[in-house]
Design a binder for this molecule. Structure first.
Ligand SMILES: CCC1=C(C)/C(=C/C2=NC(=C\c3[nH]c(/C=C4\NC(=O)[C@H](C)[C@H]4CC)c(C)c3CCC(=O)O)/C(CCC(=O)O)=C2C)NC1=O
Length: 184
């Protein structure tokens, strides 16, 4: 498992070079922009149960066969497993976002997951749909663009200093996309 710093070391060592130039500048940015990263992680973590339950509910609304006999969210045992998997995936995405590197997500969550899902008959398309909804909700929370209209009485405003969050948003998006491509 690597983070932005150990990744720079491993990459430099692989080419027997010193750490400098571009990779040092990237690490400087990692530090100077660090509070945005912490806020982004907090925006997801502190809304995780809402993000997960909303995504799984949305996935089921679009495909109600999932909760009927023969569906992979039926009976309740499978529904619980599905919600738990949503939380696992989102938690590993927050770890990757915190460390600035996808290896924790790749190695500890995604490695072999597609094969596990195929063996269990968990439908890939539905899983991808749930991850897409989690992605949209998480990016909205990072940017504080979540609205009462979308969230109803569960609406929670994130108190954050407003600034340019485009870089951390696209980095977060890339981890969701990683999950989607690993399962597709
Ligand atoms: C550390 C990382 C980690 C991951 C990622 C993980 C996933 C994981 N999900 C599983 C099951 C499952 N996963 C789902 C998920 C879903 N079904 C659907 O229809 C939806 C599309 C989707 C939710 C979005 C379901 C229903 C099961 C139970 C399947 C079964 O037992 O028939 C299983 C089989 C064992 C079990 O049931 O607990 C594993 C290993 N376990 C881990 O330890």
């Amino acid at each position: 498992m690597l983070d932005a710093f150990s990744r720079a070391v491993v990459t430099a060592d692989a080419s027997t070079s010193c750490i400098g130039g571009d990779s040092l500048n990237k690490l400087k940015g990692f530090i100077s922009e660090g509070n945005k990263r912490l806020d982004a992680v907090n925006a997801i973590s502190s809304n995780a149960s809402c993000i997960v339950s909303d995504a799984v509910a949305g996935m089921i609304c679009e495909n109600t066969g999932l909760i009927q006999a023969g569906g992979n969210c039926y009976p309740n045992r499978r529904m619980a497993a599905c919600l738990r998997d949503g939380e696992i995936v989102l938690r590993y995405i927050t770890y990757a976002l915190l460390s600035g590197d996808s290896s924790v997500l790749d190695d500890r969550c995604l490695n072999g997951l597609k094969e596990t899902y195929i063996a269990l008959g968990v439908p890939a398309g539905s899983t991808v749909r749930a991850v897409q909804i989690m992605k949209a909700a998480s990016l909205a929370h990072i940017n504080s663009t979540n609205s009462q209209a979308q969230a109803g009485n569960r609406y929670k405003k994130n108190e954050m200093i407003q600034g340019d969050c485009s870089a951390i948003t696209s980095e977060a998006a890339s981890y969701f996309d990683r999950v989607i491509s690993a399962l597709s």
